[in-house]
Write a protein that binds this ligand. Sequence first.
Ligand SMILES: *Cc1c(COP(=O)(O)O)cnc(C)c1O
Length: 371
Amino acid sequence: MIPFNKPYITGKELRYIEDAVARGQLSGNGDYTKKCHAYFESTFRFPKVLLTTSCTDALEMAAILLHIQPGDEVIMPAYTFVSTANAFVLRGATIRFVDSRSDHPGMDEHAIEALINDNTKAIVVVHYAGVACDMDLIQKIADTHNLAIVEDAAQAFGATYKGKPLGSFGALSAFSFHETKNIQCGEGGLLVINEENLQARAEIIWEKGTNRSAFFRGEIDKYGWVDIGSSFLPSELNAAYLFAQLEESERIQKQRTAIWEAYYKQLKEWAARLGIQLPVIPDYAINNAHMFYLFCRDNEQRTRLIQHLKAHGVHAVFHYLSLHESPFYYKKHDGRALQNSDQYTERLVRLPLYYELDPQPVIKALLGYDS
Ligand SMILES: *Cc1c(COP(=O)(O)O)cnc(C)c1O
């Protein structure tokens, strides 16, 4: 069976972990954490970053940093992972879900403004499949209404909007290094703090509400409990593993892109014949080959296609159940129908995409499907 995902290991991970062990500091914010931070700050020109134990944690930090509290409203797409919403619900926020675009599972930028009121505090954008939302448009809306932007860039490592890296647009942005993402360390994440006046507090929240980081830099002579926070920083073992992946990220991205393009070119005619849509990448976005999905004609076609692939040894999977229809949130949702989002819930299927994948058997199995 060709799996849906297989985490890629570059070969240097264990060597770096061994080195981290030899250095004798395994708790967070050691040498490998600093190497990872330096990588992101120089490669993507992010002004300040903090490694976290997951993207979920990075989003939770974002909600704390923005002082989200009961009564506040946060706008985000319904077609996303639970953590996008959960991070803000944990602080007591009400979520206002936006529908997806008709040509892409990402949020419909033109549907945002109608949801803004006096309680709105933030817009959380999700770059689905690593494909950028229209950030100029969203920035304009946020500026007009004085709202913070948070980017859930979990899937967006290396992707850009008009040439600028995703993750550099939000006041705060969150990346994931979960094993299903392009660059991974099992479980891991990153918070990008673009807004300068949030940077000092971010470090405190990261270190359990203490000013320990400033203490170790020699900026203060004792450290203590100064704010709320949690244990958001990963151990050096995770950071060492992640650094090995970051060093090889160019090669990893190139290989994934080659697979993505093979799918696109070789499936184009077949898909058009069956009424299946391939991913749409807007001109302003450079795709990071995080995901290759098919948007089927209807739910029955998707079910048959998944069955057909399974019979030919290929594991393909659908994706989110839109959050406004989730068992946890449907009663709290304001009741608006989100038609596009529902369509992606019912009709989208993701193909295997990982570094070591030979896409040809998958393509061959697909070309053998004709209804
Ligand atoms: C993967 C993912 C997350 C969660 O990432 P973790 O690192 O597993 O916490 C959040 N949002 C989106 C859009 C994701 O794809």
